[in-house]
Design a protein around this ligand. Sequence first.
Ligand SMILES: O=C1C[C@@](O)(C(=O)O)C[C@@H](O)[C@@H]1O
Length: 146
Amino acid sequence: MPKLITLLNGPNLNLLGQRQPEIYGRETLEDVVSATAELAEDLGLNIRALQSNHEGQLVDWIQAARGTSAGIIINPGAYSHTSVAILDALNAFEGPVLEVHISNIHKREPFRHHSHVSTRADGVIAGFGTEGYLLALRRMATLVLK
Ligand SMILES: O=C1C[C@@](O)(C(=O)O)C[C@@H](O)[C@@H]1O
């Protein structure tokens, strides 16, 4: 059985492709999910891709990944900068956590420079566009298949 990786996207990422394309690009979330699922298959992994605009829902999915997923790839969106609840949930998850930001948060407004999630993440990718999800998945394969 291929190992399961939970891919979580937070608020407003459902609007990928339409929302500020000059920052986030023209690819939709559906495009991102199908590209990651395809790569996952090549790498011998399974992906469970979920998106929510609600903090508590993301916390519930992180908790559900305990004992069922080998790793979590998460773009927490704006909750990166505000959510101690998401950080606490990730701290209760036993496997590797990789954080993805499509944009380079360090080049943007100062309030985006800090991410609570980064204090837990085993790796962070920012500013690689939607390609960041694929790079994170490759790194996840190294971490969980070693
Ligand atoms: O919603 C997002 C998307 C983001 O996480 C990114 O992928 O670049 C960066 C966040 O600051 C922002 O709130």
